[in-house]
Design a protein around this ligand. Structure first.
Ligand code: PGA
Length: 251
């Protein structure tokens, strides 16, 4: 059985005090959510404080990016996965489409970051997803397969236990346009087949595949009813404790 994961990506929102307030408000609201893993991803400057404040609860903390290496050195502005772990995080989001579009992440850098995150003992939430034009031209499946084959290259079967995949069609992020449950299921099944081809059936059966893109309290249940949808990566609707909690408590 794959344990569902509901992760909130706070993007570049919230000052430190606001991040703490949201995390603290969330704690009692999701305290009984034993059916899934609950993760929040604040900005880097809030990670340590938020991680301290949710310690002992069922809320885990993720970074929204990480460096591609763990060796200390001349990498101005970068933050190593070991440092993210040291700040109290258990997960790192890698290759979010905003980073691919605007901050230079490529399938190759995603791969390096995934290796580095796993080496540091983090779980890597690797994001993939096609642009609207790629979907419209019928290339969504090959684009996503390419992102996976390069992004997960060289990871062993054991490494794959520390990988979560997030499928986020770029056209659905922050647009209010969700993939239909059928579109999500179709792509998630394709993703699982792609992982089966690269890492074997057992890995493919075990890997959690999250859907992301305009997930809201009123569409989470139908998305989760799809057999290959194992959770959600939530942006906008994760910023308020109440709405994120109702997504977590979709059951
Ligand atoms: P959204 O963002 O839920 O606001 O569409 C999802 C994401 O970018 O992870």
């Amino acid at each position: 059985m794959r344990k569902p994961v509901i992760a909130g990506n706070w993007k570049m929102y919230k000052l430190l005090s606001e991040a703490v307030d949201t995390a603290v408000a969330l704690k009692p609201l999701v305290a009984n959510a034993n059916h899934c893993e609950v993760i929040i991803a604040p900005v880097f400057t809030a990670l340590k404080t938020v991680a301290d404040r949710v310690e002992g609860s069922n809320i885990k903390v993720a970074s929204q990016n990480c460096a591609a290496q763990n060796d200390f050195g001349a990498h101005t502005g970068e933050i190593a996965p070991v440092m993210i772990k040291d700040a109290g995080c258990s997960h790192a989001i890698i290759g979010h489409s905003e980073r691919r579009q605007f901050y230079g992440d490529t399938d190759e850098s995603v791969n390096k970051k995934a290796h580095a995150a796993i080496a540091a003992g983090l779980v890597a939430i690797v994001c993939v997803g096609e642009h609207l034009s790629e979907r419209e031209s019928g290339n969504a499946n090959s684009v996503v397969a390419g992102q996976l084959n390069t992004g997960l290259a060289g990871l062993t079967v054991a490494d794959m236990e520390r990988i979560i995949i997030a499928y986020e069609p770029v056209w659905a992020i922050g647009t209010g346009k969700t993939a239909t449950p059928e579109q999500a299921q179709e792509m998630h099944s394709h993703i699982r087949q792609t992982v089966a081809a690269s890492h074997g059936n057992e890995v493919a059966d075990a890997v959690r595949i999250l859907y992301g893109g305009s997930v809201k309290p009123d569409n989470i249940a139908t998305l989760m009813s799809q057999p290959d949808v194992d959770g959600a990566l939530v942006g906008g609707a994760s910023l308020e404790a109440d709405s994120f909690a109702s997504i977590v408590n979709y059951k």
